[in-house]
Design a binder for this molecule. Structure first.
Ligand SMILES: Cc1cc2nc3c(=O)[nH]c(=O)nc-3n(C[C@H](O)[C@H](O)[C@H](O)COP(=O)(O)O)c2cc1C
Length: 189
């Protein structure tokens, strides 16, 4: 996992807005990894015009879809971020997930940590009713510790992560996800 480790890590930002609170959260996930000298890739759906899912036949996908799905499949460890939009995950993230070639996906072990942001705490169960079950269904081990940040956790113009509590929750979630991966690899030996 350190720079000489074979684990591929992907940080997925499921918000297409700019500025975005979820992006600020995922940037902090990146900072935490960098402090541990761990390399990662970013899949920021803001920068990717992924067509809306139409077919499982990969021969019909355009080059961009093939490239992004490959990057997504290459990862062993995911840090997945999404805003709550109308009691669900973002359409952009759902669209990426819809492209999962699930038989191929289940060929290797993976772990994930989840980060979401909503207006207030009222809808924090979207993590445990939507995002976690999808990845568990796909055979991914998801860290118990997840992060839900609300609008008052951000300062500046409302998009700078200021809450020390959320930052420390992110640090704990990142550590738990990595430990989960390390245990999984050790048990395989
Ligand atoms: C279209 C839309 C729908 C939203 N729906 C909800 C919702 O159902 N529940 C909630 O708690 N917050 C809701 N919000 C607030 C966002 O989840 C919140 O502002 C979040 O921090 C936005 O993240 P972003 O800046 O990365 O897009 C909604 C915001 C938008 C733009």
């Amino acid at each position: 996992m350190r720079s000489n480790s074979p684990a591929n890590i992907a940080i997925i930002c499921g918000s297409r807005r700019e500025p975005s609170r979820v992006r600020a959260l995922m940037e902090y996930v990146g900072e935490v990894l960098e402090n541990k000298n761990i390399e990662y890739e970013v899949i920021d759906l803001k920068d990717i015009e992924l067509p809306v899912f139409r077919t499982k036949n990969q021969n019909e996908w355009n080059d961009l879809t093939k490239e992004i799905v490959k990057k997504y499949l290459d990862a062993d460890i995911y840090f997945i971020g999404s805003p709550v939009y109308f009691l669900g995950i973002s359409g952009a993230l759902k669209n990426l997930i819809d492209h999962t070639p699930w038989q191929e996906f289940q060929e290797k072990k993976r772990v994930a940590g989840i980060v979401m942001s909503g207006r207030n705490r009222q809808h924090n169960l979207v993590i445990d009713t939507q995002l976690r079950p999808v990845f568990v269904y796909l055979g991914v081990e998801v860290a118990n510790k997840s992060v839900f940040a609300i609008e008052p956790d951000f300062g500046g113009d409302g998009f700078d992560l200021e809450s020390e509590e959320v930052k420390s929750r992110i640090e704990e979630m990142v550590q738990e996800t990595i430990s989960l991966w390390e245990r999984m690899i050790k048990n395989d030996k």
